[in-house]
Design a protein around this ligand. Structure first.
Ligand code: SF4
Length: 345
């Protein structure tokens, strides 16, 4: 499958145009997919008031017209289920709204998370930051100076994570200047970028971005967010190839989502496609219990069974770590699979 990589557009810089080419009206999305007559789906359109709908056309084109259960559609479509108030779910499941500084979270000892941009190219309905007060955490120049001073003072840090929203919403010159500041801080060795943007708009991986990564003295890791094999097409492969050429380590995290990917065959297919694109499956997260997303919940006992089946289908290095995040804990919590009495070959 190595020959799936064919980079025919090495200099594309049109991602900003694609970023503006989005569907924001749920009814327009239904119409785009020839589902405008589906009354149940139409009734869910009001949920845009809870969290706006946003879907790049390039991502909508990967969905199957006429299929109300398309796994990519289910991730982005407003549903009436979002109005159901579920006990145990909250607006801030990871207590993130207590940032140490505006735009900076310090949850784990050796690494901090910088909120680079509040916006995203796509709005995922299960997002644990769907209620996050981004307006209070804008990456203004003043905040950035405070953030960098904090990082300089905390010599126990060796890694900075760019998050958001989606950090790749920042334009290339802004990202390059942030990288330059981090390079000047001796104890920072690694930069990790968590992003979904190259999956929904693959042209985001520009020549300039790749150059700034390949010229950096930092080790650069990119953690893509891909939940279903249908999200990966030739354009995604090409972009990942360019990142690999720039020396970027590629990992993926997936959220386990009911009716989207809670199935070992789908996850096996995803792992294989990720590997073909040079990405290692890293985490499979249980859903963070954010209010409005309970209909995506896959319980832990089901997740264990899925993992058991997955272990029998792919090589051990293609099995992501099943984890959940618990507010206040010093790291993500791996879910012990030994209880399953099964090990990967
Ligand atoms: S791209 Fe990430 S941060 Fe943005 S809505 Fe989706 S899950 Fe949330």
């Amino acid at each position: 499958m190595k020959n799936m990589v064919t980079d025919t557009h090495p200099t594309r810089e049109n991602w900003l145009q694609e970023l503006g080419n989005v569907i924001t009206d749920p009814l327009a999305l239904l119409s785009f997919l020839k589902l405008e007559k589906n009354i149940k789906l139409r009734q869910g359109a009001h949920a845009r008031a809870l969290f706006p709908l946003r879907v790049p056309i390039a991502f909508a084109e990967k969905m199957t017209p006429g299929d109300p259960k398309d796994p990519l559609l289910l991730q982005v479509l407003t549903l009436s289920d979002e109005f159901v108030h579920t006990s145990g779910f909250s607006a801030d499941p990871l207590y993130e709204q207590a940032a140490v500084l505006p735009g900076l979270l310090h949850k784990y000892r050796n690494r901090v998370l910088m909120l680079i941009k509040g916006g995203c190219a796509v709005h995922c309905r299960y997002c644990f930051r769907r209620h996050f007060p981004y307006q209070d955490n804008k990456g203004s120049q003043v905040n950035r100076e405070q953030v960098f001073n904090y990082i300089r003072k905390h010599t126990e840090l060796d890694e900075v994570i760019f998050s958001g929203g989606d950090p790749l919403m920042a334009k290339d010159p802004e990202l390059a200047s942030l990288v330059t500041v981090l390079e000047s801080i001796p104890h920072i060795k690694r930069l990790r970028i968590h992003t979904r943007l190259p999956i929904v708009i693959p042209s985001r991986i520009t020549t300039r971005l790749c150059e700034s990564f390949s010229n950096s003295s930092l080790q650069i890791l990119m953690v893509t967010h891909i939940n279903h094999p249908n999200e990966m097409d030739q354009t995604v492969y090409n972009s990942m190839y360019r990142l690999k050429q720039a020396g970027v380590t590629l990992l993926n995290q997936t959220v386990l989502l009911k009716d989207v990917n809670n199935n070992a065959e789908i996850l096996a297919q995803l792992s294989n496609r990720l590997f073909n694109a040079g990405i290692l499956p890293y985490y499979l997260h249980l859903l963070d219990k954010v209010q409005g997303a309970a209909h995506f919940m896959v319980e832990e006992h089901e997740a264990r069974q899925i993992m058991k089946a997955l272990l029998g289908q792919v090589s051990g290095y293609l099995v992501p770590r099943l984890t959940r995040e618990v507010a206040g804990e010093p790291s993500k919590i791996p879910i012990d699979l030994q209880l399953l009495s099964y090990s990967a070959p």
